[in-house]
Design a protein around this ligand. Structure first.
Ligand SMILES: [Zn+2]
Ligand SMILES: [Zn+2]
Length: 172
């Protein structure tokens, strides 16, 4: 399940759909993200990270962000990298570690897709680096928006600064 917000500016008509991963890591999405990471699609830093840490994992969840410079909103993949907390428990093939080792914590959606909660990632892994997300329009730094009333109610239109109308959306 994913969820997000439809943003709408009643003054200038600006519209954006922001989605976030709801604290779940889907196996299929994870595999795709990992493959892209290792081939350098997400930059040299992440590619090098996986060369140095074959047992490392990457957070494939979507997050909601806003550009600190131009104010535009973006849904981006988290892409934070992690290494296992205990060296002893590192299996030889680290790629599917996060899913295989904690199979007792795995859950299945209606479509039989496996996912893992972000809490398990936090419990068994140490954060190494947060991905420095930047704005596609102006290359400004993106700040992460939390899905809470305080963060969400303050959102304003990037173009005319009018307070945005936020409609929560959820789907499978
Ligand atoms: Zn506007
Ligand atoms: Zn920007």
């Amino acid at each position: 399940m994913s969820s997000g917000y439809h943003l709408f500016c009643p003054f200038c008509g600006y519209e954006k759909f922001l989605s976030h991963g709801s604290g779940m890591l889907f196996f299929k999405v994870y595999e795709e993200t990992l493959k892209a990471a290792k081939t350098g699609e997400q930059g040299e830093n992440i590619k090098r990270f996986f060369e140095e840490h074959p047992d490392g994992v990457i957070n494939a969840n979507l997050i909601m962000t806003q550009c600190e410079n131009c104010g535009e909103y973006w849904s981006v993949k988290n892409l934070s990298t992690y290494i296992p907390k205990s060296k002893k428990s590192t299996p030889s093939d680290g790629r599917n570690l996060v899913f295989m080792r904690h199979s007792n914590t795995m859950q299945t959606t209606q479509n039989n897709e496996n996912y893992l909660s972000e809490e398990v990632l936090d419990d068994y892994y140490d954060l190494v680096e947060q991905y420095p997300h930047s704005c596609e329009y102006c290359h400004g730094k993106l700040k992460i928006l939390n899905d809470n009333i305080q963060d969400m109610k303050a959102l304003i239109c990037p173009y005319c600064k009018t307070k945005l109308i936020k409609t929560p959306v959820e789907w499978d």
